[in-house]
Design a protein around this ligand. Structure first.
Ligand SMILES: [Zn+2]
Ligand SMILES: [Zn+2]
Length: 322
Protein backbone atom coordinates (compact mmCIF):
# COMPACT_ATOMS: atom_id res chain seq x y z
CA UNK A 1 0.00 0.00 0.00
CA UNK A 2 0.99 3.65 -0.20
CA UNK A 3 2.48 5.34 2.85
CA UNK A 4 4.53 8.38 3.75
CA UNK A 5 7.84 7.46 5.32
CA UNK A 6 10.23 9.71 7.19
CA UNK A 7 13.93 8.90 6.98
CA UNK A 8 16.43 9.56 9.78
CA UNK A 9 17.51 12.88 8.20
CA UNK A 10 15.37 15.95 9.02
CA UNK A 11 12.48 16.58 6.56
CA UNK A 12 13.32 13.45 4.51
CA UNK A 13 9.69 12.60 3.73
CA UNK A 14 8.78 10.45 0.73
CA UNK A 15 5.88 8.37 -0.53
CA UNK A 16 6.37 4.64 -0.96
CA UNK A 17 4.04 2.26 -2.82
CA UNK A 18 5.13 -0.99 -1.20
CA UNK A 19 4.55 -0.56 2.53
CA UNK A 20 3.05 -3.74 4.09
CA UNK A 21 -0.75 -3.72 4.42
CA UNK A 22 -2.21 -4.22 7.89
CA UNK A 23 -4.77 -6.92 8.69
CA UNK A 24 -7.48 -6.40 11.28
CA UNK A 25 -6.38 -8.13 14.50
CA UNK A 26 -8.72 -9.19 17.25
CA UNK A 27 -10.76 -6.20 18.46
CA UNK A 28 -9.49 -4.00 15.63
CA UNK A 29 -10.88 -2.34 12.53
CA UNK A 30 -8.83 -1.42 9.47
CA UNK A 31 -9.47 2.15 8.29
CA UNK A 32 -8.89 3.35 4.72
CA UNK A 33 -7.45 6.79 5.50
CA UNK A 34 -8.96 9.73 3.59
CA UNK A 35 -7.33 12.72 5.27
CA UNK A 36 -4.62 13.56 7.81
CA UNK A 37 -4.06 16.90 9.54
CA UNK A 38 -0.56 18.12 10.36
CA UNK A 39 0.22 19.68 13.73
CA UNK A 40 3.24 20.99 15.62
CA UNK A 41 4.15 17.60 17.06
CA UNK A 42 4.36 16.12 13.53
CA UNK A 43 6.69 18.99 12.58
CA UNK A 44 8.83 18.27 15.66
CA UNK A 45 9.19 14.67 14.47
CA UNK A 46 9.90 15.60 10.84
CA UNK A 47 12.50 18.18 11.88
CA UNK A 48 14.31 15.68 14.11
CA UNK A 49 13.57 17.63 17.33
CA UNK A 50 11.57 14.58 18.37
CA UNK A 51 12.89 11.12 17.45
CA UNK A 52 10.91 8.20 16.08
CA UNK A 53 11.51 4.74 17.59
CA UNK A 54 12.75 3.48 14.19
CA UNK A 55 13.44 4.72 10.65
CA UNK A 56 11.94 4.73 8.08
CA UNK A 57 8.89 5.80 10.10
CA UNK A 58 5.26 6.48 9.11
CA UNK A 59 4.19 9.79 10.76
CA UNK A 60 0.73 11.34 11.23
CA UNK A 61 -2.01 11.06 13.86
CA UNK A 62 -4.96 13.37 13.04
CA UNK A 63 -6.92 11.15 10.66
CA UNK A 64 -10.33 10.13 9.39
CA UNK A 65 -11.43 7.51 6.88
CA UNK A 66 -13.72 4.55 6.23
CA UNK A 67 -13.75 1.18 7.97
CA UNK A 68 -12.89 -1.49 5.38
CA UNK A 69 -12.33 -4.58 7.57
CA UNK A 70 -13.12 -5.81 11.07
CA UNK A 71 -11.25 -8.30 13.26
CA UNK A 72 -12.75 -10.95 15.52
CA UNK A 73 -15.00 -9.58 18.21
CA UNK A 74 -15.92 -6.46 16.22
CA UNK A 75 -19.37 -5.84 14.70
CA UNK A 76 -18.98 -6.56 10.96
CA UNK A 77 -21.70 -3.98 10.35
CA UNK A 78 -19.06 -1.32 10.93
CA UNK A 79 -17.58 -1.92 7.44
CA UNK A 80 -18.30 1.19 5.40
CA UNK A 81 -18.59 3.44 8.47
CA UNK A 82 -16.89 6.86 8.30
CA UNK A 83 -14.73 7.29 11.40
CA UNK A 84 -12.25 9.62 13.09
CA UNK A 85 -9.32 8.02 14.89
CA UNK A 86 -8.54 8.73 18.55
CA UNK A 87 -4.76 8.28 18.21
CA UNK A 88 -3.79 7.59 21.84
CA UNK A 89 -4.39 4.11 23.24
CA UNK A 90 -4.11 3.96 27.04
CA UNK A 91 -3.73 0.60 28.82
CA UNK A 92 -7.07 1.07 30.66
CA UNK A 93 -5.71 -0.97 33.62
CA UNK A 94 -3.21 1.26 35.50
CA UNK A 95 -4.16 3.62 38.39
CA UNK A 96 -4.20 6.68 36.07
CA UNK A 97 -6.49 4.92 33.60
CA UNK A 98 -8.76 3.58 36.35
CA UNK A 99 -9.08 7.10 37.78
CA UNK A 100 -10.30 8.31 34.38
CA UNK A 101 -7.13 10.24 33.52
CA UNK A 102 -6.03 8.05 30.62
CA UNK A 103 -3.95 10.94 29.24
CA UNK A 104 -1.49 10.22 32.07
CA UNK A 105 -1.22 6.47 31.38
CA UNK A 106 2.52 5.62 31.47
CA UNK A 107 1.94 2.86 28.89
CA UNK A 108 -0.12 4.97 26.49
CA UNK A 109 0.49 4.09 22.81
CA UNK A 110 0.89 7.34 20.84
CA UNK A 111 0.03 6.86 17.17
CA UNK A 112 2.61 8.47 14.92
CA UNK A 113 5.21 8.66 17.72
CA UNK A 114 5.47 5.34 19.58
CA UNK A 115 3.37 3.35 17.07
CA UNK A 116 3.29 3.78 13.26
CA UNK A 117 1.21 6.76 12.15
CA UNK A 118 -1.77 7.40 9.92
CA UNK A 119 -0.15 8.77 6.76
CA UNK A 120 -0.82 5.45 5.03
CA UNK A 121 -3.62 4.08 2.86
CA UNK A 122 -4.71 1.61 5.55
CA UNK A 123 -4.26 1.67 9.34
CA UNK A 124 -5.32 -0.80 12.04
CA UNK A 125 -7.20 0.81 14.96
CA UNK A 126 -8.66 -0.70 18.16
CA UNK A 127 -12.41 -0.58 17.45
CA UNK A 128 -13.36 1.69 20.41
CA UNK A 129 -10.82 4.27 19.16
CA UNK A 130 -12.51 4.58 15.73
CA UNK A 131 -15.38 6.99 16.37
CA UNK A 132 -18.34 7.18 13.96
CA UNK A 133 -18.51 10.59 12.28
CA UNK A 134 -21.88 12.39 12.48
CA UNK A 135 -23.61 12.49 9.09
CA UNK A 136 -23.57 16.29 8.89
CA UNK A 137 -19.79 16.60 9.30
CA UNK A 138 -17.80 17.54 6.21
CA UNK A 139 -14.42 15.89 5.57
CA UNK A 140 -12.79 19.15 6.64
CA UNK A 141 -14.52 18.89 10.03
CA UNK A 142 -13.59 15.24 10.48
CA UNK A 143 -9.90 15.97 9.91
CA UNK A 144 -10.03 18.49 12.80
CA UNK A 145 -11.72 16.16 15.32
CA UNK A 146 -8.54 15.24 17.18
CA UNK A 147 -7.15 18.74 17.79
CA UNK A 148 -10.71 19.92 18.50
CA UNK A 149 -10.86 17.29 21.25
CA UNK A 150 -7.58 18.65 22.68
CA UNK A 151 -9.26 22.08 22.79
CA UNK A 152 -12.49 20.81 24.37
CA UNK A 153 -10.58 18.84 27.02
CA UNK A 154 -8.62 22.00 27.93
CA UNK A 155 -11.89 23.95 28.28
CA UNK A 156 -13.39 21.16 30.44
CA UNK A 157 -10.32 21.14 32.71
CA UNK A 158 -10.29 24.98 32.90
CA UNK A 159 -13.71 25.19 34.50
CA UNK A 160 -14.76 27.90 31.98
CA UNK A 161 -18.45 28.71 31.95
CA UNK A 162 -20.58 30.64 29.45
CA UNK A 163 -19.66 34.28 29.94
CA UNK A 164 -16.20 33.61 31.44
CA UNK A 165 -13.67 36.26 30.42
CA UNK A 166 -11.08 34.24 28.49
CA UNK A 167 -7.77 34.98 26.81
CA UNK A 168 -6.06 32.66 24.32
CA UNK A 169 -2.30 33.25 24.05
CA UNK A 170 -0.98 31.96 20.71
CA UNK A 171 -3.31 31.29 17.78
CA UNK A 172 -1.57 28.60 15.81
CA UNK A 173 -3.99 25.93 14.66
CA UNK A 174 -4.52 24.65 18.23
CA UNK A 175 -5.20 28.13 19.61
CA UNK A 176 -7.54 28.91 16.73
CA UNK A 177 -9.51 25.69 17.32
CA UNK A 178 -9.73 26.69 20.98
CA UNK A 179 -11.31 29.99 19.88
CA UNK A 180 -13.86 28.12 17.73
CA UNK A 181 -14.68 25.81 20.65
CA UNK A 182 -14.98 28.69 23.15
CA UNK A 183 -17.33 30.53 20.80
CA UNK A 184 -19.61 27.48 20.90
CA UNK A 185 -19.74 27.92 24.71
CA UNK A 186 -20.98 31.48 24.27
CA UNK A 187 -17.54 32.89 25.05
CA UNK A 188 -15.87 35.46 22.82
CA UNK A 189 -12.20 34.95 23.63
CA UNK A 190 -9.60 37.66 23.40
CA UNK A 191 -6.42 36.60 21.64
CA UNK A 192 -2.77 37.55 21.94
CA UNK A 193 -0.69 36.56 18.92
CA UNK A 194 2.28 38.44 17.46
CA UNK A 195 1.92 36.95 13.94
CA UNK A 196 -0.54 39.12 11.96
CA UNK A 197 -1.91 36.31 9.76
CA UNK A 198 -2.56 33.98 12.66
CA UNK A 199 -4.19 36.69 14.75
CA UNK A 200 -6.39 37.78 11.82
CA UNK A 201 -7.52 34.19 11.22
CA UNK A 202 -8.63 33.85 14.86
CA UNK A 203 -10.44 37.20 14.68
CA UNK A 204 -12.17 36.16 11.44
CA UNK A 205 -13.50 33.10 13.31
CA UNK A 206 -15.04 35.14 16.13
CA UNK A 207 -12.23 36.05 18.55
CA UNK A 208 -11.22 39.62 19.37
CA UNK A 209 -7.67 40.96 19.44
CA UNK A 210 -6.69 41.76 23.05
CA UNK A 211 -5.86 45.39 23.75
CA UNK A 212 -2.13 45.86 24.45
CA UNK A 213 -2.77 46.47 28.16
CA UNK A 214 -5.80 44.19 28.68
CA UNK A 215 -5.62 42.24 31.95
CA UNK A 216 -8.05 40.64 34.40
CA UNK A 217 -8.88 37.47 32.45
CA UNK A 218 -10.56 34.79 34.56
CA UNK A 219 -9.15 32.03 32.38
CA UNK A 220 -6.06 32.23 30.19
CA UNK A 221 -5.11 29.45 27.76
CA UNK A 222 -1.40 29.34 26.84
CA UNK A 223 -0.95 27.28 23.67
CA UNK A 224 2.63 27.96 22.55
CA UNK A 225 4.88 26.68 25.36
CA UNK A 226 7.19 29.66 24.78
CA UNK A 227 8.46 31.51 27.86
CA UNK A 228 7.50 35.07 26.75
CA UNK A 229 3.95 33.82 26.03
CA UNK A 230 3.73 32.15 29.45
CA UNK A 231 4.92 35.37 31.09
CA UNK A 232 2.16 37.30 29.29
CA UNK A 233 -0.43 34.65 30.17
CA UNK A 234 0.35 34.95 33.90
CA UNK A 235 0.60 38.75 33.80
CA UNK A 236 -2.85 39.09 32.25
CA UNK A 237 -4.72 36.66 34.51
CA UNK A 238 -7.22 38.07 37.04
CA UNK A 239 -6.67 37.58 40.79
CA UNK A 240 -7.81 34.03 41.54
CA UNK A 241 -7.76 33.22 37.83
CA UNK A 242 -6.71 30.01 36.11
CA UNK A 243 -3.88 29.75 33.58
CA UNK A 244 -4.28 26.61 31.47
CA UNK A 245 -1.02 25.39 29.94
CA UNK A 246 -1.52 23.47 26.70
CA UNK A 247 1.78 24.22 24.97
CA UNK A 248 4.62 21.96 26.03
CA UNK A 249 7.37 24.19 27.42
CA UNK A 250 10.96 23.19 28.00
CA UNK A 251 12.49 22.31 31.37
CA UNK A 252 14.16 25.68 31.85
CA UNK A 253 11.03 27.83 31.31
CA UNK A 254 10.88 30.48 34.04
CA UNK A 255 7.65 31.35 35.86
CA UNK A 256 7.11 34.47 38.02
CA UNK A 257 6.04 32.53 41.10
CA UNK A 258 5.76 35.75 43.13
CA UNK A 259 2.97 36.91 40.85
CA UNK A 260 1.33 33.47 40.97
CA UNK A 261 1.33 33.58 44.79
CA UNK A 262 0.20 37.21 45.17
CA UNK A 263 -2.64 36.77 42.68
CA UNK A 264 -3.42 33.25 43.94
CA UNK A 265 -3.50 31.89 40.41
CA UNK A 266 -4.20 28.29 39.51
CA UNK A 267 -1.79 26.79 36.97
CA UNK A 268 -3.62 23.95 35.23
CA UNK A 269 -1.73 21.69 32.82
CA UNK A 270 -3.80 20.11 30.07
CA UNK A 271 -2.41 17.16 28.10
CA UNK A 272 -4.47 15.78 25.20
CA UNK A 273 -7.77 14.12 26.31
CA UNK A 274 -9.12 11.27 28.38
CA UNK A 275 -10.70 8.14 26.90
CA UNK A 276 -13.55 7.73 26.18
CA UNK A 277 -15.30 10.83 27.54
CA UNK A 278 -13.53 13.58 25.63
CA UNK A 279 -13.86 12.10 22.12
CA UNK A 280 -17.47 11.18 22.89
CA UNK A 281 -18.04 14.84 23.85
CA UNK A 282 -16.52 16.03 20.56
CA UNK A 283 -18.72 13.71 18.51
CA UNK A 284 -21.82 14.89 20.42
CA UNK A 285 -20.80 18.55 20.59
CA UNK A 286 -22.78 21.30 18.97
CA UNK A 287 -19.61 22.74 17.46
CA UNK A 288 -20.04 22.95 13.72
CA UNK A 289 -17.51 23.59 11.01
CA UNK A 290 -14.27 23.30 12.98
CA UNK A 291 -12.84 22.77 9.50
CA UNK A 292 -12.88 26.56 9.12
CA UNK A 293 -9.39 26.55 10.69
CA UNK A 294 -8.03 24.70 7.64
CA UNK A 295 -6.22 26.88 5.19
CA UNK A 296 -4.31 24.52 2.89
CA UNK A 297 -4.67 20.95 1.62
CA UNK A 298 -2.29 18.83 -0.44
CA UNK A 299 -2.44 15.44 -2.16
CA UNK A 300 -0.29 12.68 -0.69
CA UNK A 301 2.33 13.06 -3.44
CA UNK A 302 3.07 16.59 -2.18
CA UNK A 303 3.72 15.61 1.42
CA UNK A 304 6.96 17.61 1.60
CA UNK A 305 5.18 20.75 0.38
CA UNK A 306 2.40 20.09 2.90
CA UNK A 307 4.85 19.93 5.80
CA UNK A 308 6.55 23.09 4.59
CA UNK A 309 3.20 24.90 4.39
CA UNK A 310 2.27 23.68 7.88
CA UNK A 311 5.28 25.57 9.20
CA UNK A 312 4.42 28.81 7.45
CA UNK A 313 0.70 29.11 6.64
CA UNK A 314 -1.67 30.41 9.35
CA UNK A 315 -4.39 27.89 10.19
CA UNK A 316 -4.13 24.18 9.68
CA UNK A 317 -2.73 22.19 6.76
CA UNK A 318 -3.96 18.71 5.83
CA UNK A 319 -3.19 15.93 3.36
CA UNK A 320 -5.86 14.22 1.21
CA UNK A 321 -5.33 10.53 0.52
CA UNK A 322 -8.06 10.10 -2.09
ZN1 LIG B 1 -1.82 16.84 16.67
ZN1 LIG C 1 -2.99 3.05 31.80
Amino acid sequence: MRAVVLGSNPWSLRVTDDWPEPVAGSGQVVVRVLGVGICGSDLALASGRRRAPAYPWVPGHEAFGDVVATGTGVDQGRVGQRVVIEPNYPCLRCPACRSGRTSMCPDRVIVGFTAPGTLASLVPVPAPFAWPVPGDWADTDAVCAEPLTVALAAIRRSGAKPGSRCLVVGTGSQGTLLCVALAAYGITPSVLEPHDGRRELAVSLGATAAAPDATGFEIVFETSGAEPALTEAIRRAAPGGTVVLIGLGSEDTRVDTGLVVRRQLVLQGSLIYDHPGDFAATIESAIRSPGRVLRASYPLDQVSEAFRAAREVPGKTWIRLT
